[in-house]
Structures are given as structure tokens and as C-alpha cells.
Write a protein that binds this ligand. Structure first.
Ligand code: SIN
Length: 499
């Protein structure tokens, strides 16, 4: 059993290189057994003022450090994360509940992101392009925006933070990070790693607290030029509205209502594995989790039977026990939301084919467990097929053909991830073209993003920006166009082009 040090149990903000005590604290719970594991600051707005003012000063120096040298710190941090991977993974399971195998995967994602973004230190490509005038040179380059604010959720407490902070740091920005207060241990560990790696003070700062106070103060502080947010659609809209008032750039990732499409020629054994992993892994608490299965009528019955059988084998319990495939839900609020949707589904006339209840696990009676749940006879417009539940709940929707399947997938307000199982290459490419999500999988479930590709989505999922991949650099940099005239005379663009 992992034990926490005194420092890990009594968390502090990390402001301008100092571990700063805050008197107002909140308890952090282990979702597996409901026990208190730590106390986290519930900071006031003044913490953001201190962080932002010092970050503004620190960032000016950091931007002057050559990008390959900035990258070396990311390499160092990545190496330290690798050395500490097992402990980080166990802490992650302790605070978030996800099973240890998945926690290791998430920490690995952070390590991959460190090495990938360190490579960007020797790229950060701009463009050169011919000028329309003689003896004139034209180019564009990326410049840091200054101080950026990142607001991250509890479901991927380290991976999502690295998707945002590492591109920002390598680009020459200072980062102020408000992690979820449900999962502060990962923020504490990452900040300590960067402190030990020698990142100059003020370049990565952690301030814990509520969205209403700390998040709002980040949006309002004029030193913070970008907000990158991952969380609910409801909160994301508020963040965007507030950022709009300040003319502040905002990048949003706000979840999904992701579907697996199963065509009549699909390999049903593979489909079942894909659904189990993407719907019930992480207890359905991934933005990309599969929460709808859109199945061709010819294979609906077979799929339903095999899925119900396979669901019986899912072992549920404490994520630190490697025999378990599914861990707990994050907290009581998460459980209540799932239970609310079970009632909604029943009232709407869907058939509850499996699950639907809170689960009591022996010796973990105070944990927040929920049965893997399958609704059948679901129609596209039902709320359980439209709204994000964020739990292990799947709705099975029958369709007559490929066109209906694509239309059903697209008929939701979100656009994060989708998947199709088929052996027909024509349908693969038609689906790739017509599915309106930011991520499309073929013959795999809806989860499993890799860090060198863009992560994000269309419609209610986002606002056009992406996390991870080189695309994340666009969030944290400004483009500067530079013209160098070496003709020794005045040349006017669009006017003196015949000269
Ligand atoms: C997420 O959904 O939040 C994580 C990314 C993934 O597994 O696809």
C-alpha cells in the first residue's frame, strides 16, 4: 500500500518558486474507500495576483533562453518522470481511482509528451516565403504569448496538464496551473519534478482552488494572455464568456457523446473488446469514452448477447489491486449524476439490460462504485443518447444502414471522438470523411489518443483549438510576420511590384 509523505498530505501552492501555505484547506478523498488522503489549499484571488505578477517578470527572461535549452529542461523532467513512474502511477490511482494499469498508461502519456515537446525545442518551425518585391525577405515566426493559465480536470490529472503546459513551456511562456482540487497530488509531484530539474522560478506555478475564485481571477488578470481549459460544457461556456469580455484567447475541450458504429460485416469479438475498453475503462470517465453503440440491425442481437455476457466478467474494485479492471467513480456527485441518468433512461422508455445500480464492494463500503450499465432499445433523441453522463453507461441504438449510422453519430451537440467497425474499405474512407468528430477510429474503440496527434473536437466539444500534437503550439504562440528589405530604397507593397 502506498503511503504519502507529510508534504504530500499537506499540499501547498507553488508560487514563484516558493511552497506557499494557505490557511483555508479542503479535504482530498480516495474514491476507492472514501478515506481522506490529503488537504489541499482553497486559495483566494490574491494567490493568482502573486503568481501572475511574478510569472510576468520570470517569463521575460525565459523567453530569451534559446528554445533548445528550454527543451533540455523538458527532457530532464521527462527522465525524472520515467524514473518515478511507478510511484506517480500509484499516487494517481490513489487520488483518481483509475486502475493501476491505466494510471501507468496515463503517466507514460506525460513522459511521452515531455520528450515529444522537448523535440519541438529544435523545431518550432516558422515559414519563409518569397516577397512580392525584389531584394526583400519575408518570414513568419512563433512567439510566446507571455503568461498562460491552464485549468485541468480530475479525470486525467497528469496527462492533460502535460498536453497544455509542455507546449507552453517550450514555446517560452510561463504557466499558471489550476488543477482540479479532487486530484492535486499529480500537480504537486509535477511541480516538484520541475523544481528539482532546475526550471527557473515562476515558470510553472500551481495554485489550487475553486473555479469561481481562482479560475475567475486567472481570467481577469491582465498578465495572463491565454486560458486553456478542459472540463464540462457548462463551465467551458462560462470560461469562454468571461474570456471574451477580456479579449483573452481561450482554448476549450468540453467532452463528448462518443459512439462506436458497428456495421454488419464487423468482427464482433473485436467490437466487444473495443466497447468494453472504451465504454467501461476508467469507469466511463474519459472525455472520449464510448457512451453510444450504433449497430446495424443485422448484428444487433448477436452483439447485444455477447456484450452482456462479456460485461459479467468485468472485475470492479480498488484500482490499486491489479486484478480489477474497473475502479470507482470520482465522488458522490459523479455517482448522483449517473443515477439521475439511469432514471431518465428508464422514464424515456429505454430497456435497462444490465447494471444501473451503485455497487458496494466488500471492505470498500465507502467507495463510489457503479455497475457497468447497458441500455437497449434506445432512440437517437433520448437524453441518455444525447447528454454526457461521464460514467460506465452505454446506450445501444439500432440502425438500418451505413447512412443512418453516420447520421446518428453526428446528431449530437458534441464532436469529440467516433469509431467504426467494418471490413469494407470504401465505408472506412466514407466514414472518415463524414463523421463530424475531431477524432475518428477505425476498428478500435473511441479512446486511446496518442500525444503527437491533435486532441479536441468540433461543435459543443470545443472552440476550434487543440491540445497536444504540434497543433497545441498554436494555442500558446502568436505568429509574427517579419519583412526585411535589403534594397536600400522605399518599396511599397502592392504598388511598386513592377519595378
Ligand atoms: C480522454 O478522453 O480524456 C483521454 C484521451 C483518450 O484516451 O482518448
Amino acid at each position: 500500500m502506498i503511503t504519502l509523505t507529510k508534504e504530500e498530505r499537506n499540499l501547498k501552492n507553488f508560487i514563484n518558486g516558493e511552497w506557499t501555505e494557505v490557511t483555508n484547506k479542503e479535504k482530498v478523498y480516495n474514491p476507492a474507500n472514501g478515506e481522506v488522503i490529503a488537504e489541499v489549499p482553497n486559495s483566494g484571488a490574491e494567490a493568482i495576483t502573486q503568481a501572475a505578477e511574478s510569472a510576468r517578470i520570470a517569463q521575460r527572461e525565459w523567453a530569451l533562453v534559446p528554445a533548445p535549452q528550454r527543451a533540455e529542461l523538458l527532457y530532464k523532467a521527462g527522465t525524472m518522470m520515467k524514473e518515478r513512474k511507478e510511484r506517480l502511477s500509484q499516487l494517481l490511482t490513489l487520488e483518481n481511482g483509475k486502475v493501476i494499469e491505466e494510471a501507468r498508461g496515463e503517466v507514460q502519456e506525460g513522459i511521452d509528451m515531455a520528450f515529444y515537446m522537448a523535440g519541438e525545442g529544435r523545431r518550432l518551425f516558422g515559414q519563409t516565403t518569397p516577397s512580392e518585391l525584389k531584394d526583400k525577405f519575408a518570414m513568419s515566426e512563433r512567439c510566446p504569448v507571455g503568461v498562460v493559465g491552464i485549468i485541468t480536470p480530475w479525470n486525467f490529472p497528469i496527462a492533460i496538464a502535460t498536453w497544455k503546459s509542455f507546449p507552453a513551456i517550450v514555446s517560452g511562456n510561463a504557466v499558471i496551473w489550476k488543477p482540479s482540487s479532487e486530484t492535486p497530488l499529480m500537480a504537486n509531484e509535477l511541480a516538484r519534478i520541475f523544481e528539482e530539474a532546475g526550471l527557473p522560478k515562476g515558470i510553472l506555478q500551481v495554485v489550487y482552488g475553486s473555479g469561481a475564485i481562482v479560475g475567475q481571477a486567472m481570467i481577469e488578470h491582465d498578465a495572463i494572455r491565454v486560458i486553456s481549459f478542459t472540463g464540462s460544457n457548462e463551465t467551458g461556456r462560462k470560461v469562454a464568456t468571461e474570456c471574451g469580455k477580456q479579449l483573452k484567447k481561450v482554448s476549450l475541450e468540453m467532452g463528448g457523446k462518443n459512439a462506436v458504429i458497428v456495421m454488419e460485416d464487423a468482427d464482433i469479438d473485436l467490437v466487444v473488446e473495443g466497447i468494453l475498453w472504451s465504454a467501461f475503462g476508467t469507469s466511463g470517465q474519459r472525455c472520449t469514452a464510448c457512451s453510444r453503440v450504433i449497430v446495424h440491425k443485422a448484428v444487433r442481437k448477436t452483439l447485444e448477447e455477447r456484450l452482456l455476457k462479456a460485461m459479467k466478467n468485468l472485475t470492479i474494485g480498488d484500482g490499486l489491486d491489479s486484478n480489477n479492471k474497473i475502479g470507482p467513480i470520482i465522488n458522490q456527485t459523479g455517482l448522483d449524476k449517473i443515477l439521475k441518468y439511469i432514471e431518465i433512461g428508464k422514464e424515456e422508455g429505454a430497456k435497462l439490460a444490465a447494471g444501473g445500480k451503485q455497487l458496494t464492494v466488500e471492505n470498500y463500503e465507502k467507495g463510489f462504485y457503479f455497475e457497468p450499465t447497458l441500455f437497449t432499445d434506445v432512440s437517437i433523441d433520448m437524453r441518455i443518447a444525447q447528454e454526457e453522463i461521464f460514467g460506465p453507461v452505454v446506450s445501444l441504438i439500432e440502425v438500418n444502414n451505413f447512412e443512418e449510422a453516420i447520421a446518428a453519430n453526428n446528431k449530437v451537440k458534441y464532436g469529440l471522438s467516433s469509431s467504426i467497425f467494418t471490413k469494407d474499405v470504401n465505408r472506412v474512407f466514407q466514414a472518415q470523411r463524414d463523421l463530424d468528430t475531431g477524432i475518428v477510429y477505425v476498428n478500435a474503440g473511441t479512446t486511446g489518443a496518442e500525444i503527437h496527434l491533435p486532441f479536441g473536437g468540433t461543435k459543443g466539444t470545443g472552440n476550434g483549438h487543440r491540445d497536444s500534437g504540434v497543433q497545441a503550439l498554436d494555442v500558446f504562440t502568436e505568429w509574427k510576420a517579419v519583412y526585411v528589405d535589403y534594397s536600400g530604397k522605399l518599396q511599397r507593397a502592392q504598388i511598386d511590384t513592377d519595378a
